[in-house]
Design a protein around this ligand. Structure first.
Ligand code: C5P
Length: 221
């Protein structure tokens, strides 16, 4: 049976990773979380206390010993052998990552790794520029959105469950800031591909969203 390439793009908190992970598990495909790769560079920048100049960040990304284990329908990520899958989810990393993602050399390194990992298919990849730049040949392109209020609420619930003390208003501001940075940047901005199918998840459950995507896949198989 044909193994599809599925690209899922959209802004922070739209439900991409949850939906992409479940879709991959249902189809027995690989799930590749590209946001985690940019987060890994931001995490390492913070760890090393690197002055976040473009040149320093570019060098750091080019020399980063980054490994992704993307089998079993989830993405685990290590840097120099250290598992940072959870450590890259902190508010500090979230604040820094949009700046990191604007550095051309960082995007070059990631683009190559992402295209290699997509291989011959059987993959669900989520991010900001997957349908437009990384995998323009994808069989299915989804653009997932939700209102800012709903996206901030979801992130807040996630972080509170992990023990963080953070105000909802702070997250609304952070998400609005990341939307602006990701949409307005020069290189591979957050944009729906012309052939992407838009799904607004503000009032749609995760299960219903996954079902919609699986139904679209069935049409292509
Ligand atoms: O998906 P997530 O919210 O973890 O992504 C973190 C950040 O990484 C985004 O806000 C964006 O700046 C960057 N990113 C990107 N291109 C991708 C995936 C993520 O620029 N394909």
């Amino acid at each position: 049976m044909k193994r599809l390439i599925i690209a899922i793009d959209g802004p922070a908190g739209a439900g991409k990773s949850t939906v992409a992970k479940l879709t991959a598990q249902k189809l027995n495909y690989n799930y590749i979380d590209t946001g985690a790769m940019y987060r890994a560079v931001a995490w390492q920048t913070l760890q090393q206390g690197v002055e976040p100049s473009n040149q320093a960040i570019a060098e750091l990304a080019q020399n980063l010993d980054l490994k992704l284990d993307y089998r079993n329908g989830k993405t685990n990520i290590t840097v120099a052998g250290q598992d940072i899958t959870e450590a890259i989810r902190t508010p500090e990393v979230s604040r820094l990552v949009p700046k990191i993602a604007q550095v051309a050399e960082v995007r070059e390194v990631m683009l190559k790794l992402q295209q290699d990992m997509a291989g011959l298919g059987g993959v669900v990849m989520d991010g900001r520029d997957i349908g437009t730049h990384v995998l323009p040949q994808a069989d299915i392109k989804i653009f997932l959105t939700a209102s800012i209020a709903e996206r901030a609420k979801r992130r807040w619930q996630e972080l509170v469950a992990k023990g963080y003390t953070i105000q909802l208003s702070e997250l609304e501001a952070e998400i609005a800031y990341r939307d602006k940075e990701d949409c307005e940047r020069e290189l591979a901005p957050l944009l729906a591909a012309p052939d992407a199918i838009h799904i607004d998840t503000t009032e749609l459950s995760i299960e219903a969203t996954v079902k919609k995507i699986i139904d679209l896949c069935k049409e292509k198989l």
